[in-house]
Design a binder for this molecule. Structure first.
Ligand SMILES: [Zn+2]
Length: 200
C-alpha cells in the first residue's frame, strides 16, 4: 500500500542519536482506513527519532485539523488536532502485537511504518463531542431534526399507550398521561349523571 511507504522511516542506515522526520497527512491517509469517521484533514507530523543501541524512541507530535460530521447538525465540522506521544520500537524474533506503547519489529526489518500509529493517534485525540462552536451549526438542519424528534416522540408515546401498562416505565407514564387526559374529558359528566338521576 502506498500510504505505508509514505509514512515509513528507513532506520537501518541511521547512526545512533537523534534524527528528525516530517510527514504531511492529508485525506489519503484517512481514506486508507475503512469505516473512518474522518472525512478529510491536513496535519503536520514531526518525529524526533532517537536511535539507541537496542531500540528506537520516537517522540511524535501531530498538529493540524480534521473534518468530521458535527454531532449536532451533521454538517462538516473542522476539529483542531494537537497530539504529542512517544512510541518505542523494539526488536524481537517473535511476532508480537503492538500494544499502544511498543511497536515490535523483527530484527531483519529495515523500516518502521507509522501510518497506523499516526492514524490512531489522530483518532484518539479527537474530543468526545465533535460539534461546531456554539451558534455555528447549520440552522436549517437543526430545525429539521427538531421537527423529526417531535414527531418521533409523539409516535413513541402513542405506541407505548397502545401496548398498555406492562411495557416498562415509558408505557406506564404514557398510559398515565392518557388516563389523566381521558379523566379530564370525563369530568364534565355530572350533566350525564344528572340525566341518569332524572331517569329514576
Ligand atoms: Zn454543527
Amino acid at each position: 500500500m502506498e500510504e505505508t511507504q509514505r509514512y515509513s522511516i528507513a532506520y537501518k542506515g541511521l547512526k545512533n542519536g537523534h534524527h528528525e522526520f516530517r510527514f504531511a497527512v492529508d485525506k489519503s491517509l484517512f481514506e486508507a482506513f475503512e469505516n473512518t469517521e474522518i472525512k478529510d484533514g491536513a496535519c503536520e507530523v514531526r518525529v524526533d527519532l532517537n536511535r539507541e543501541e537496542s531500540q528506537l524512541v520516537l517522540d511524535v507530535s501531530i498538529s493540524g485539523h480534521v473534518v468530521v460530521a458535527c454531532d449536532r447538525c451533521l454538517e462538516d465540522c473542522r476539529i483542531p488536532i494537537d497530539f504529542e506521544g512517544r512510541l518505542l520500537v523494539k526488536f524481537s524474533d517473535e511476532v508480537r502485537e503492538y500494544d499502544g506503547e511498543v511497536l515490535w519489529l523483527l530484527p531483519g526489518e529495515e523500516q518502521v511504518d507509522l501510518a497506523q500509529y499516526i492514524y490512531e493517534s489522530i483518532v484518539l485525540s479527537l474530543p468526545y463531542q465533535r460539534v461546531h462552536p456554539e451558534g455555528e451549526c447549520n440552522p436549517e438542519m437543526l430545525e429539521r431534526f427538531r421537527i423529526v424528534s417531535d414527531r418521533e416522540f409523539s409516535a413513541i408515546e402513542a405506541q407505548a399507550a397502545a401496548r398498555g401498562h406492562n411495557d416498562g416505565e415509558w408505557a406506564k407514564l404514557a398510559a398515565l398521561r392518557e388516563q389523566m387526559i381521558s379523566e379530564a374529558s370525563v369530568d364534565p359528566q355530572p350533566a350525564d349523571e344528572g340525566a341518569g338521576a332524572a331517569k329514576e
